[in-house]
Design a protein around this ligand. Structure first.
Ligand code: CTP
Ligand code: MG
Length: 247
């Protein structure tokens, strides 16, 4: 069956703080999006790459066209769509442009620009073996607690109180590319279309929508190189990965 890779690159990059869409921010002298597209193409799993860009961004569109031209005619078809105001909307926009006859889709954050080929392969292999949903993940290194804001309490001490500690051995930090049977992901996203603003903002990955359908989500091994470039520190780490032995 044919596979499409959706690359969501329509975010504004507030936390990185460059005053430009994160996909444009330079990493080792090239845009983050260029690295992400190169990684997807190198993995060789896609018949089509569908990129969601900030609405009307001519510069990033030109970057995608240049990438497609460089890859030549035997490379995957590159499709560009306008993203939305939330990540889930951007994914939905991209799903609307997937070629007929596509069986599987991998959804990937452009911000995970250095995700290694082997992770794409692990995800694709699990789909080929019959999984309807598969995500790459790594063990969590920090202890993770749940908290609530204290209302009217003694906020002089601290504004939050701990409500519990999650058992760390059961926790996983989840990455992209996340792979799905296209039909399953379409169904999951259709269910989320009626969400209000608060619910929509809480959709931080695609698997959680598929989980609500009751579909089993399989976990394969992720990679530290797949870190999501979110903060200035992450960009420093990514620069180091490009130069160092792990890059
Ligand atoms: N994304 C998207 N459309 C949006 C929001 C996010 O396509 N409306 C994409 C981003 O481009 C990124 C991925 O989803 O590749 C993960 O989002 P995140 O790391 O939060 O990126 P930004 O939203 O750009 O960053 P920030 O939240 O700091 O503004
Ligand atoms: Mg964001």
């Amino acid at each position: 069956g044919a596979t499409a890779v959706v690359v969501v690159a329509a975010g504004s990059g507030q936390r990185l703080g460059y005053g430009m869409p994160k996909a444009k921010v330079p990493l080792g002298g090239e845009a983050i999006l260029t690295h992400a597209l190169r990684g997807v193409a190198a993995a060789g799993v896609a018949r089509q790459i569908c990129v969601a860009l900030p609405e009307g961004d001519a510069e990033l569109r030109a970057l995608c066209e240049a990438f497609a031209a460089e890859n030549g005619d035997d490379g995957p078809l590159l499709t560009v769509v306008d993203g939305g105001t939330t990540r889930a909307e951007s994914v939905r926009a991209a799903l609307g442009a997937i070629l007929e006859g596509t069986r599987w889709v991998l959804v990937h954050d452009a911000a995970r620009a250095l995700a290694p080929e082997r992770v794409f392969h692990r995800v694709s292999d699990a789909l080929a073996a019959g999984a309807k949903a598969v995500i790459p993940a790594t063990p969590v290194v920090d202890t993770v607690k749940t908290v609530v804001e204290t209302k009217g309490g003694d906020s002089a001490i601290a504004p939050e109180l701990v409500t519990g500690t999650a058992p760390r051995e059961q926790l996983r930090a989840v990455q992209t590319p996340q792979g799905f049977e296209l039909e399953t992901l379409l169904q999951a996203h259709a269910a989320a279309e009626s969400f209000n603003e608060i619910q929509s903002a809480a959709i931080t990955d695609d698997a959680m929508l598929v989980e609500s359908l009751g579909t089993p989500v399989h976990v394969v091994q992720g990679a530290s190189q797949s870190l999501k470039i979110t903060t200035p520190l992450d960009l420093i780490i990514a620069e180091g990965l490009l130069e160092g032995p792990l890059g």
